[in-house]
Design a protein around this ligand. Structure first.
Ligand code: SF4
Length: 213
């Protein structure tokens, strides 16, 4: 089985996962997508309602913003690997509507069974966490996005280089929070640029090391 077939095998197995309470409320699972040979992996917290409908991560308005900021870095979603901590949607009912909620620690720990397999098959050199839940789980529990956004961390079990930026869904909510959408969007573009550069630097260095060997 080659690595693409292995990724598809995990995608298939995830559909039947019953390892946490979210299995009872999901409409469908949402596994990662993109280029399984990419050195850059983007990890957010979990599927949105639209993601659950389409079966694809980062769809809807946040996905449109992600596509835009990737394009400003001459990247497309087909060139990177996009995924989430959770493969099932976490939500609460309020006023007759289902609203996304942050994942619980127990759900993240259960679903790490799938994320860790995904990471070991894709073997990214760079992970860009989008949003606090992904950064707290992959980098460290005390991570503070406001203070540590854009810093590189290497002391983790997931990839040689990990950093964190805003989730595009949060950037879209910034005006309602009294924050500057355009500044948030600009920082998102810059953080993706740094992640792209880091993945290319590491790739060139490993080729040079091979040449020197
Ligand atoms: S969120 Fe993850 S662990 Fe929980 S049921 Fe879905 S796939 Fe399984």
């Amino acid at each position: 089985m080659n690595s693409v077939e292995k990724v598809e095998s995990i995608r298939h197995q995830v559909q039947f996962c019953q390892d946490c309470q979210l299995a009872r409320t999901r409409q469908r699972t949402v596994f990662g997508s993109g280029n399984p040979a990419s050195k850059l992996m983007i990890v957010a917290e979990g599927p949105s309602a639209r993601d659950e409908q389409t079966g694809q991560p980062f769809t809807g308005p946040a996905g449109v913003l992600l596509d835009d900021v990737l394009a400003e870095n001459q990247l497309s979603r087909e060139q990177v690997w996009l995924t989430n901590l959770l493969k099932c949607r976490a939500f609460v009912w309020k006023d007759g509507q289902s609203n996304n909620r942050p994942p619980k620690s127990s759900e993240i720990r259960s679903c790490n069974r799938w994320l860790s397999q995904e990471v070991s098959l894709i073997a990214p050199t760079v992970i860009l966490c989008m949003g606090t839940p992904a950064a707290k789980f992959i980098i460290r529990p005390s991570f503070r996005l406001a203070k540590e956004r854009g810093i590189w961390f290497s002391d983790n079990g997931y990839a040689p280089f990990v950093s964190a930026t805003y989730n595009p869904a949060y950037v879209l909510r910034m005006p309602g929070l009294g924050k500057d959408f355009y500044q948030g969007r600009r920082l998102l573009v810059e953080d993706i640029a740094e992640a792209k550069l880091k993945s290319q630097e590491v790739s060139v260095k490993s080729q040079l090391n091979l040449f020197l060997d």
